[in-house]
Design a protein around this ligand. Sequence first.
Ligand code: SF4
Length: 362
Amino acid sequence: MDATCEALGRQINIMEVCGTHTVSLFRNGIRSTLPRQIKLLSGPGCPVCVTDQGYIDTVLELADRPECVIATYGDMIRVPGKSRKGCCAGGSLETRQNTGNVKIILSSEDALQIAKENQDKIVVFVAVGFETTAPATAVVIQQAAKENIENFCILSNHKLVIPAMKAILSMPTNKIDAFLCPGHVSVIIGYGAFKEIAEQYKKPCVVAGFEPMQIIEGLAEICRLLIECKSEAKSIYTAVVTEKGNIAAQKIIDECFEPADGLWRGLGNIKVSTLKLREQYSKFDAMRRFGLTEKQVEEPTGCHCGEVLCGLMEPPECQLFGQVCTPQTPIGPCMVSSEGACTAWFKYGRKKNGANGQKNGR
Ligand code: SF4
């Protein structure tokens, strides 16, 4: 990689799209071993982090309704709401846990089971995540339809990764040379899905696994493609990622959902970037059931999660980082999620190199 950087004679900006890559890069000390010319930028691949504030506030508003039970994966419960008069009361799902209206689940099936066991309540499943988790949501939607479960619905905020990458590349401020593409999502969509990015935007896309050597191999492959001026999409995570992905999973997503415009934290409204339930399953749509509309809410004051997610800012550049905002007292979702860039910088990036993060800002 050193030779590649020297040959290119400039800094190379590589965005690691996935939060699991971000954490692995830090935890295994890979960032500090890379040539100085390689700059890694964390991208919009942490599902908790990209979930917009309006969605979080809607979840909290539903949690405050006595007839509702919120079923959520554990990583969402500490994301703070934005207190607004007559709307969201602020706090988080965690601060509401003592009401009995919030249940932490390990799978989408758990959410459906809670509905079956609590017929006097309406169970709302907090359906977030990328193409990786969408098939599991689709499975329970079809199951609920088959069993005619009336008191179950989902607040769908499943995201599609390619439109987000395109949105970032369309920003005039972006300096991305290549992408280290997410392993989990690619199992479902296949590495062929990134050809569009590679060909249209001339940015190499390499899918890698999460072990240290797999990540290093992925970065080395990106360097090789850059020096050869090849903008290709490929996978070195060949054990699980194929060109076409998991066709069965894609099929069930397509049966239940259709792509729609959707709000992302930091990226705003992105066209055809979110999965909405198809009309056939609309009775399981919490937005429809409760007559809700999507709302655009600003990020918490002083929080720069949006810029962090777009690779425009590193967490230590946020004035709240490590002072007001810590994993114990998170202000934004990037400090809540274990896969958030701010959490990773706080846990692994500060100690050795001082409060401003890794040396040389890498
Ligand atoms: Fe937001 Fe905290 Fe990260 Fe700043 S450090 S961007 S306030 S999550």
